[in-house]
Structure formats: C-alpha cells, structure tokens
Ligand binder design. Structure first.
Ligand code: FES
Ligand SMILES: [Fe+2]
Length: 415
C-alpha cells in the first residue's frame, strides 16, 4: 500500500512533476525506426504528456519537434516533409530537426531571416538503436546511449507496441509480478516438458530473492520442484521500466518496456529477440498469433470494460482460466485496464508475492528523492555495460545458489 501522495508522485509524468522531471533525464523509446521513411509522413506521438512529431529527413536523420506549429498551432503531423525539414501546410513555415525555423514566407523578405531566428519551437535530440527511435527530453547533455544487447548483432529482434489505457506503473508492475503466471496465464503459456507452463504449476507461492544492481536489480522467483530441485526465473529489472523476461538458455527472449504516454496511457513495447542467432519463425508466429497485425498497436482489438474485453465465459467453464483467448499478452493488458487508468495504491492489500513490486516502488521513490538533490537516476551517469543484462530461467539441483550462476553462460545442470 502507498499513501495517496506517493501514488501521485510515482504515476504523474507531465512536465513539472517529480517523476516527469526524472524520466526526462533518460533516453526514452518513442517510435519504431521502420515507421519513419526518409522524406515520408511525419509521425505523431505522445510521450510523458507532450504531443510531438517525429520525421526522417531525406538525409536519413530523425528530427523530433513539438506537434503544434509555433505560428498558429496547426499540427505538424500534417506538414510537408521537404528536404531535411517540415513545412507547415497552413502558412508554409519550415523547421528543421534541430529546432531552427528555416523559412517564414509570410514575413516581408527583408525581415524574414531575423524573424525566423526568433521563432521558438520545442525540439529534442533523437538516437536510433534496437529498431527504435529514442528521445531525450531533458535539459542537460543527454546521458550515454543504452547499449542493450538488442542493439547489437547477433541479436535479432521483432518489435511491436501495444497502447494500453492504464498508467505506466501498473503496466510495469504487472511485468514484475511473477506469481500471476500460475493463474492469469495458466491456460496460455506454452506447455512443453521444460517450459514455464509446466514448471510454475508445481509451486504457486514462489520465494523471491534479489541482487542490487546500479540500474535496478536482478530478481529470482524460486519455485520448489517435486524432485527437490529448484526452478528459478531470474529476471533483470532496469529501472524505470525495462523488464527482461526469463527464458531457457539458448531460447529466444522477451523484453517488455512500459513507457508513459501520459498519466493514463502507456506504450507497451514488446521486444522479441534472440541473443543466440536469428529469431526463429515459430517464435515470431507465436508473437503474432491472435493479435492485430499493426506493429504500432497490436492489441487494439481487445475490447473494453463495456464488453468485458470479450471475455469468453463458455471457454472459462470449459477450463480456460482467464477467458481471454486471443494472445497471452492481452491478458496482461486487460487486467491492467480493469484497475482503472491510475490505480489507487492507497486501497490495495499486498501479500508476500508482491515483494518485487514493493521493492521497485521503494527504489523509484528513493530515486525521486535523490533526483531532487541533483543525482541522476539508475546509474545513467555511470559507465554501465547493459549488454551484461540478460534474464534466465533455469532449473538447478539442491545446494546450488542461484546468485553464483552466470546468467549469460550458465552451467548445464542436466549433464
Ligand atoms: S500555423 Fe503553421 S505556418 Fe501558420
Ligand atoms: Fe503477464
């Protein structure tokens, strides 16, 4: 449970809020790189409560500008992408990605240049990596760009976004909640002899242990198996919103990033990647199964509260646990939306299995406190190598300490 005050501090992300100010210190995932064509249509997006447009100039570089034209606030999402700038369709003013007004043709010729130099427009630096355009919305020199392993070969990836009507923190907390696998996803996770679908059913009350990291923490959900071995789901949490979902060594992976669009909406980025070679077809097929084909909003057909998100009562009676049939990630989105747009954490009642979200909240609140004193959050000013970050699901014999396992190169306990 949190006080109302802390709930507000953690969830509000607009300009001038404590969380909004802290999140603006980071490189933030904004749009898919592939969605911007050189000289093509600008893309409208909203991030941390600000309406922005992204465009790719003919030189291939991405520019990020405020959505509203600084003249009379016409949307620059309608602008002409000309050369390496956007020209507003209302009066033809043109801006480049570094926020310079290049042309204001409604001004007298002799005054045009001096006038253009005074036109204010919000613009943000952009970087590309891992199939995404990232934006820095802070006021300092941007921190070093993340080097997550998804940005580098041989990792290949498939990246998709779902837009969910729920505050970013409840989306992120859903990702940190390992116990729900046994319930919400019990009819939807893959079932093979060595998959989570079978292993987690042996113990619905996992024990949680943690190792602090400069970027967040590593967490193990430890489940006792009937033969005395332990099934560990070792997750990596990179604050503020990256959750590296465990998979067996050698198998493809999922990284979920829950980015605040504004206080009530969040972008859930699903990174399907394989650190071990090309992403296998079966994995891509599973990602697309039952979803909308739109990679920028792949769960838009999930329904809403008025139609109970198309929950299938007959399927539930026949044994499906959640009655949400399209794809297991819809189950996550729907439980989040059902909490209301900003979940009221002053009225929850937490149990033992909520240890991970309690920890994440505590760390986020501490980071807010430190940020107020001028400290940058989550080690972004340290020289961290994010390629080290990898989650792992592993079963090991009695007497093994999970903390001693090298997650990038684990021993094969079956040999
Ligand atoms: S509103 Fe954009 S140029 Fe006038
Ligand atoms: Fe889930």
């Amino acid at each position: 449970m949190l006080s109302m005050k802390d709930n507000e501090r953690l969830t509000r992300v607009g300009p001038g809020t404590p969380m909004g100010a802290m999140l603006r210190e980071l490189w933030t995932p904004a749009v898919r790189s592939a969605s911007l064509k050189a000289g093509g249509a600008p893309q409208l997006f909203r991030l941390l409560g600000e309406d922005l447009v992204a465009f790719r100039g003919e030189d291939g570089r991405v520019g990020i500008l405020q959505k509203a034209c600084p003249h009379r606030r016409t949307s620059l999402a309608l602008a002409r992408n000309e050369g390496n700038g956007l020209r507003c369709i209302f009066h033809g003013w043109k801006f480049d990605g570094s926020g310079r007004a290049l042309d204001c043709p409604t001004e007298p010729t002799e005054k045009r240049k001096a006038f253009a130099a005074r036109v204010p427009i919000v613009h943000y630096p952009a970087e590309e990596g891992g199939g995404l355009v990232w934006v820095y919305m802070g006021r300092r020199t941007p921190p070093k760009f993340y080097n997550f392993e998804a940005h580098f070969p041989p990792a290949e990836f498939l990246i998709r976004r779902a837009i969910v009507h729920g505050n970013w923190l409840q989306g992120f907390e859903g990702q940190l909640d390992s116990a729900h696998l046994n319930f919400l996803h019990s009819s939807s996770v893959p079932r093979g002899p060595n998959t989570a679908g079978v292993l987690v059913t042996h113990d619905s009350a996992p024990k949680f242990e943690f190792v602090d990291k400069p970027y967040g923490f590593r967490e193990a959900a430890l489940r006792g198996m009937p033969d005395g071995s332990t099934y560990a789901r070792i997750r990596e949490v990179v604050l503020p919103y990256y959750s590296f979902i465990p998979g067996n060594h050698g198998d493809p992976r999922l990284v979920v990033i829950v980015v605040p669009i504004d206080d009530e909406w969040s972008a859930h980025w699903y990174y399907y990647l394989s650190p071990f070679g090309p992403v296998p077809d079966y994995y891509k097929e599973a990602a697309y199964a039952g979803t909308d084909p739109d990679d920028d909003n792949f769960a838009k057909d999930r329904g809403n509260e008025a139609n109970a998100w198309h929950q299938d009562i007959d399927a539930m009676k026949a044994g499906h646990f959640s009655g949400i049939l399209k794809n297991f990630v819809y189950e996550d989105f729907i439980v989040e939306e059902s909490m209301g747009p900003i979940m009221d954490r002053s009225r929850e009642f937490l149990g033992t299995s909520d240890a991970v979200i309690v920890r994440a909240r505590r760390m986020l609140l501490k980071a807010l406190e430190e940020h107020k004193q001028g400290t940058l959050p989550f080690g972004v000013d340290q020289d961290l190598d994010y390629r080290e970050v990898r989650a792992l699901a592993i079963r090991f014999p009695k007497g093994t300490n999970w903390k001693s396992i090298d997650v990038r190169n684990p021993p094969d306990f079956d040999k």
